[in-house]
Design a protein around this ligand. Sequence first.
Ligand code: B12
Length: 210
Amino acid sequence: MATTPLAQALGNLDEASVMESVRTKLDGGEAPLDILGELQAGMDIVGARFESGEYFLSELLYAADIFKLAGAPLAEGLKAAPRNNLGTIVLGTARHDIHDFGKDIVATIMRSNGIEVIDLGVDVEQQAFVDAIEQNSAQLVGISCLLTTAFDEMKQTVESIKDSGLRNRVTILVGGGPVDQACADYVGADVYCRTAQDGVSAAKKALGVS
Ligand code: B12
């Protein structure tokens, strides 16, 4: 997504401007999902500045606080009236990874599209995915991963699902900042999702609904 003034304000850790901009956009009728996209782009700026050494962990933590505050008023708008249960997804953040903003957004948007979400949280053990698929007869698995160092953990999760004989029963979706198609291929997932909305489209396709 192109850099917008809102994304830039978050990138600059300008909390007051971020909050004012979100309020103005919501009052003006902008879609919460679009506003969320701008906030995600702002977090990408923060991430790039952290990577280049311009920002430190304290700035990363402050950005996370601003994102949480700014995202709160969007939550209601992201929750559409729940529909019939179309299917079930087991969702979690890869082992050794504690980033959960993206995963939580995926959970909210899946639920509002009629997909039941079994949220395993963060830093999820491989076996926990396997057990949850079995216990809930899930057709979908979603793994969120923000750390390149956790790519092998995702790969291991897919391997564990294979070893348990459940691989053919589930469609595996992966997403998160550094994840791309090459990563999805590497870990053996079925679909790479750049956004939560891509995840909903992929989930519906896998479940055979439109
Ligand atoms: C906020 C943040 C944090 C917060 C996390 C708060 C939280 N509760 O989540 C804190 C400060 C705790 C943190 C800690 C660390 N972080 Co950090 N963090 C970020 C940052 C700036 C933003 C992430 C974010 O929330 N984005 C907004 C959300 C909405 O976007 P998203 O997660 O991508 O999700 C969207 C899509 O990707 C998609 N999606 C995501 N997952 C899934 C899954 C499925 C199934 C689907 C369908 C879709 C989907 O849907 C979402 C909505 O569209 C990123 C930079 C970045 N560009 O991502 C660095 C970043 C991920 N962090 C990084 C690092 C290094 C760390 C630390 C190791 C720092 C340290 N020295 O301690 C620790 C790691 C701790 C751990 N073990 O996990 C690096 C990772 C680098 C790498 N190559 O691996 C990044 C990329 C920054 C950078 N460029 O250097 N971090």
